[in-house]
Design a protein around this ligand. Structure first.
Ligand SMILES: [Zn+2]
Length: 279
């Protein structure tokens, strides 16, 4: 019943604001942070303050990232990404805002995307603002740390990986080749502010949209929740599809608890010639 209600909700709109989170990418092999109750699965991710203040934290972060990136860089879009790209091609989506940093919406063909929390495939120098591909940093990490490169670990979100009981003291973190500054993935860490221009563009989309579709996000983080709040305050309807509860459950016109790709399957089923992979 909710599946057909979701279909009706989506096809009634021509100006959807889509907000996506980790649940959209789990079927692509990228694990999410939170369980169905919105609680942390593996402990809280690294805080910006720790990364900046403590060299050992940076060693630990990059050592885990060295291993986690292998999974991240090979991840492919799934049918949820493809369904949302199809809705955009049908002129039903004015803006897609994602909390994910994996770039899979763009890989699936979505064009109008705000990467609210940045991109994990880009690294930034905190001193000179130079940006470089994550892959280039990977090469430098492997060269300096062949022993760590041979380790294996459980993948965690954002290209991170859990490496319990490993000593990171000897790990060598490459610095910016231009100025020697500290390199950081160009993603918004916990404890870090989302760049204001991204927030403004997303709020502009709130004004333009006439409804919101939340896909695979618990909205536990304020950076995403505020857009749902603003839509609700403007009296615009919100539908959410998320396996677990969301922080915005009391704001929703419609809630679907199926997995993202399953709940959106009708979009591809009804689109002749849609590029679809069997899963
Ligand atoms: Zn630099």
């Amino acid at each position: 019943m909710t599946a057909s209600a979701l279909r009706e909700f989506i096809y009634a709109q021509t100006k959807l604001l889509v907000l996506t989170g980790a649940g959209c990418s789990t079927a692509s092999g990228i694990p999410d942070y939170r369980d169905a109750d919105g609680e942390w699965k593996r402990g809280r991710p690294i805080m910006l303050q720790d990364f900046l203040a403590d060299e050992h934290s940076r060693k630990r972060y990059w050592a885990r990232g060295l291993i986690g990136w292998r999974r991240m860089r090979t991840a492919q879009p799934n049918d949820a990404h493809r369904a949302l790209a199809t809705l955009e091609a049908q002129d039903r989506v004015v803006q897609l805002v994602t909390q994910n940093v994996d770039g899979l919406h763009q890989a699936a063909g979505s064009r109008n995307v705000i990467d609210l929390h940045g991109r994990v495939d880009v690294v930034r120098c905190l001193t000179c603002e130079r940006r470089l591909p994550r892959e280039q940093v990977q090469v430098a990490l492997v060269e300096r740390n062949p022993g760590f490169a041979a380790l294996d670990a459980v993948e965690a979100p954002d290209g991170d990986a859990a490496l319990d009981g490993v000593d990171f003291t000897a790990f060598e973190v490459p610095a910016c080749e231009a100025c020697g500054g500290v390199l950081k993935p160009d993603v918004v860490f916990f404890g870090e502010r989302v760049p204001p221009d991204r927030v403004q563009r997303a709020f502009a989309a709130v004004d333009e949209a006439d409804a919101m579709l939340v896909v695979g996000s618990s909205l536990m983080v304020y950076s995403g929740y505020r857009f749902a709040r603003a839509m609700a305050d403007a009296g615009k309807p919100i539908a959410a599809l998320n396996v677990g509860r969301t922080r915005a459950d009391d704001l929703l016109a419609l809630k679907v608890t199926d997995r993202c790709a399953d709940a959106l399957a009708f979009v591809l089923d009804e689109q002749p010639g849609a590029l679809r992979m069997d899963s």
